[in-house]
Design a protein around this ligand. Structure first.
Ligand code: PEP
Ligand code: MN
Length: 374
């Protein structure tokens, strides 16, 4: 829900703030370019919405908009009472690092999430973090790097290795300490959000939990940035509704992640999950949230990760999340997703390709198609 208000109307602003608090909502203010600012009312806004006429009557209030869709908090387009449409700005999700640099997802520059499928040994985890730091420094993109690694692994087969749990989290903590780079890790249990969330910089909801609504609400309440993978059988709207579950709890720091789907056509082993690249464009037009792509779980094979990653870059994705090895020899040791891991050397070449693309090709793409965010 959005309210446009004349700048400097402090009393009205306080009245709106109080009303929002009464209904358990939070507000954020975006400064406009002219004399109006925008108040964003976040959370379950049904009660607040019933007071629309009152809000409109307050001095300085120019307009009141709500989303027509069932995902009011994240919708890109919202409508006023007389039906006029208003486009909202896309959102930037910020993830600060111990190195003092803030990673800004959705700010127009590709964000590189990289790391092992899961921390398995301290040596492996630290080595990847150091290499990520070295790549970031060499290529001038340290402020665009985030580490990844799942300590709690959802596995299809119950007897497969399921990650090191809190020991794995301790390794990721050490990797952050060593490199200064923040990390994202998967969370599966709604009763452990506080425990794991106290360590991690970003919480990942995996494809299997994309519709675990209690878990979505729990990470929403917790408030740290969330990576929300698309359920492998979910329609795109279902994915947006999942994001709205998080947003309804007052947390708009959500990054959508397309990671491919199971389809009739993924049999035969040539790809693990079928990527839906058009979902990137659609999500950008329908929601305010940044969107990243996971080429590793799409590919299932390290030999076709780079092409998938670059394809998502052509779709103006805000970042990618990629699984890597610290050395080729470790592939034989890796207990989950060994076949799809890239070496960090290959990964560096891909980062370079993305940077070249951003510099050389993207301006031409913008000329061809116009502003992809319009
Ligand atoms: C992962 O990122 O390692 C993972 C399990 O991803 P997904 O939930 O997309 O399968
Ligand atoms: Mn994995």
């Amino acid at each position: 829900m959005l309210i446009e208000i004349e700048r400097g109307r402090r009393h009205t602003l306080q009245q709106i703030r109080d009303l929002a608090a009464r209904y358990g909502n939070r507000i954020e203010i975006t400064e406009g370019t002219g004399v109006f600012d925008t108040i964003h009312v976040i959370g379950d806004t049904r009660g607040f919405g019933e007071r629309e006429d009152y809000v409109r009557s307050l001095p300085g209030v120019r307009a009141f908009f709500r989303a027509a869709s069932g995902y009011a908090n994240i919708a890109r387009t919202i409508r006023g009472k007389s039906g006029q449409a208003q486009r909202r700005e896309r959102r930037i999700v910020e993830v600060p690092g111990l190195d003092g640099k803030v990673r800004r997802i959705g700010a127009g520059k590709h964000i590189f999430l990289v790391g092992p499928d899961s921390p398995q040994t301290l040596e492996q985890t630290l080595a990847i973090a150091k290499m990520a730091r070295a790549i970031g420094e060499r290529l001038g993109v340290l402020d665009r790097m985030i580490l990844r690694g799942g300590a709690f692994k959802p596995r299809t087969r119950p007897n497969d290795w399921r990650g090191l749990g809190m020991k794995g989290i301790a390794m990721l903590d050490a990797a952050r300490e060593e490199s200064g780079i923040p990390y994202a890790t998967e969370i599966m249990d709604l009763n452990r959000v506080d425990e794991i969330g106290a360590h991690a910089d970003m919480l990942q909801i995996g494809t299997r939990n994309a519709q675990n609504f209690d878990l979505l609400e729990a990470v929403g309440r917790f408030g740290k940035p969330v990576i929300l993978k698309r359920g492998f059988g979910n329609e795109i709207e279902e994915w947006f509704y999942s994001a709205e579950y998080v947003a309804n709890q007052g947390n708009l720091n959500i990054v959508l992640c397309e990671r491919g789907m199971k389809t009739l056509f993924t049999k035969g082993g040539y790809c693990r999950n079928q990527p839906d690249l058009n979902a990137i464009t659609h999500a950008r037009k329908q929601t305010i949230l940044p969107i990243i792509f996971d080429p590793s779980h799409v590919a299932g094979d390290y030999r076709i990760v780079a092409e998938n990653l670059m394809a998502s870059v052509a779709h103006f994705v805000d970042g990618t999340i990629t699984e890597t090895l610290h050395e080729e020899a470790f592939r034989a040791e890796q207990l989950c997703d060994a076949a799809q891991a890239l070496t960090m050397e290959s990964y560096e070449a891909i980062v370079q390709a993305v940077l070249n693309y951003e510099e050389k090709v993207q301006p031409l793409m913008r000329r061809a198609i116009g502003d992809p965010d319009a």
